[in-house]
Ligand binder design. Structure first.
Ligand code: G1P
Ligand code: ZN
Length: 540
């Protein structure tokens, strides 16, 4: 046999964050770094011998090497079948769908999501389990423990498997099936959405631009929007996945997709525009000269999703992450739907989706999804918008304005303080923890603190407890701030501050509406004292 045990030494930093392990590409390229993580995954789980594994990713720099490492370690550990997207391409939601479709025991996704790619960018690895959802904390903690104690990995010594052509290959007893990454996902989308109605919308002259940001959704979008739905050729832009994303930063938001926002401000702007991230689980949607806040987008989906036959009478409930604005709560209340507030990170929606507590969920960070797959799904969200517009015959702007008319508008902004030294960030959070109970009643600028709490969460299904998931401070004038540290960075620490204000006045500038709560927060947290600055590095 060609299977050998290869000696290795542990790395101390293989600790999983909000969504898998993300580090600088150069960190991942260290000797045996990927080998250790992958073997630790197999050490941490059981019952995979002879079973199916789904493998893919966003094709970023480092993927071709990493794919071969995963294949050889999986084969050496006794995996029966590996289904891998051609060229190693699979979007996160498509991979999740393939897990359930093929009754696989797990999926391995090589991506750092929306982080920049390339030699000087980031690389990452995520694990999905049998149900198609991201591995929960209990499992990722076990993987980290295994990684700390690793002494050797199992290796199948064989030439690299050709991944450029569709077909079946063999590596020892393990079958490697290279598949079209798009086919099954596109078929599934046609089960969910009314493609005829969307086709009609496009045929009526409704204009649309989708920007794949040179990441993995390009081939999916070309096929779905242009070939199946008849959006004119060229509607899908930056459609060829590139190892460095062609220099773009595939994070769909107004900062990194500024070119799209600018395009939508021009007089000849299309009716609707959208973008997706590196691995295809995030999305941004824009109307003519009109940015749609992701929290508002979740509210729109809550309002209209059950008009789509697949969801008719099947909208069980809705969930949003804690820092997401409460726009969806108002809709859920009106529609008498249960609404859940979870910690940040898609994995917290898993048990709610699986147990039919909810069928829709979303985050402020440009993520939305439903119980069709257990990962968030950017193209799904965009198709949902298109289908809703095809049914209601309303523009994006009109849909949002109607929502605000009913419920008022929740003005919202997220401030990121990136790359802060860890000790400074920790000191700031510790100081806040010690003062949190004494904040109610205190005045900061023109605002009075009404309530202040640490967010602890007990999963309503599994009773698993997640403590210290950030702080929520509610102030006068219906203002609120949420405070937490990011769990996805690859260097330094990122402090995230999420500001919101519920208002009946609908067409104000968010920066002005939120100015008082931003100012008050700066003194509540004593930003200058703890981190030396009080202006964020990015606002998005
Ligand atoms: C960020 C987002 C969060 C999302 C995660 C993975 O995590 O804020 O909503 O689930 O990326 O895409 P954070 O860096 O804040 O821990
Ligand atoms: Zn992503």
């Amino acid at each position: 046999m060609n299977i050998t045990a290869v000696k290795t030494k542990p790395y101390s930093d293989q600790i999983f964050g909000t969504s898998g392990l993300r580090r600088r590409t150069s960190v991942f390229m260290q000797k045996n770094y990927i080998h250790n993580v992958v073997q630790s995954f197999f050490n941490a789980i059981q019952g995979f011998e002879g079973k199916t594994l789904i493998l893919g990713g966003d094709g970023r720099y480092g993927s071709s090497k990493a794919l071969q490492i995963v294949i050889k370690i999986a084969a050496a550990n006794g995996v029966g079948r590996i289904i891998v997207g051609k060229k190693g391409w699979l979007s996160t939601p498509a991979l999740s769908h393939l897990i359930t479709l093929n009754d696989a025991f797990a999926g391995i996704i090589l991506t750092a999501s929306h982080n920049p790619g390339g030699k000087d960018g980031d690389f990452g690895i995520k694990f999905d389990l049998k149900n198609g959802a991201g591995a929960p904390l209990s499992v990722t903690n076990r993987i980290s423990q295994c990684a700390k104690a690793i002494t050797h990995y199992w290796w199948f010594d064989a030439p690299d498997v050709e991944l450029g052509n569709i077909g079946t290959k063999q590596i020892g007893k393990t079958q490697v099936e290279v598949i079209d990454p798009v086919e099954d996902y596109a078929a599934y989308m046609q089960e969910i959405f009314d493609f005829k109605a969307i086709k009609k919308l496009f045929a009526s002259g409704f204009s649309f631009v989708f920007d794949a940001m040179n990441a993995v959704t390009g081939p999916y979008a070309k096929y779905i929007f242009e070939e199946l739905l008849g959006s004119p050729a060229g509607s899908v832009r930056n459609a060829e996945p590139k190892v460095d994303f062609g220099g773009l930063h595939p994070e769909p938001n107004p900062v990194y997709a500024a070119h799209l926002v600018k395009m939508m401000k021009a007089p000849n702007a299309p009716d609707f525009a959208a973008a997706s991230d590196g691995d295809g689980d995030r999305y941004m949607v824009l109307g003519k000269n009109f940015f749609i806040d992701p929290s508002d987008s979740l509210a729109i989906l809550t309002e209209h999703l059950d008009k789509i036959p697949f969801y008719h009478k099947r909208l069980y409930g809705v969930a949003r992450s804690m820092p997401t604005s409460e726009a969806a709560d108002f809709v859920a209340k009106r529609k008498k739907l249960p609404i859940y507030k979870t910690p940040t990170g898609w994995k917290f929606f898993g048990s709610l989706l699986e147990n039919k507590k909810i069928s829709l969920c979303g985050e402020e960070s440009f993520g939305a999804g439903s119980n069709h797959v257990m990962e968030k799904d950017g193209l799904w969200a965009i198709l949902a918008w298109l289908n809703i517009m095809a049914i209601t015959h309303k523009s994006p702007q009109k849909l949002v304005q109607e929502l605000w008319d009913k419920d008022g508008r929740v003005y919202y902004v997220r401030h990121n303080y990136e790359d802060i030294p860890l000790d400074q960030a920790q000191n700031l959070m510790r100081a806040l923890a010690s003062r949190i109970a004494s904040l109610p009643g205190q005045k900061f600028g023109s605002l009075i603190v009404k309530s202040a709490e640490v967010f602890n969460y007990t999963d309503p299904v599994t009773s698993e407890v997640a403590e210290n998931q950030g702080y929520i401070i509610t102030l006068s004038n219906k203002t609120r701030v949420m405070i937490r540290l990011s769990g996805t960075g690859s260097v330094g620490t990122t402090l995230r501050l999420y500001f919101s204000r519920h208002e009946r006045k609908l067409n104000e500038a968010p920066a002005e509406v939120l100015a008082t709560v931003i100012l008050a927060t700066s003194s509540i947290l004593q930003l200058e004292k703890y981190i030396g600055v009080n202006t964020p590095t990015t606002i998005v």
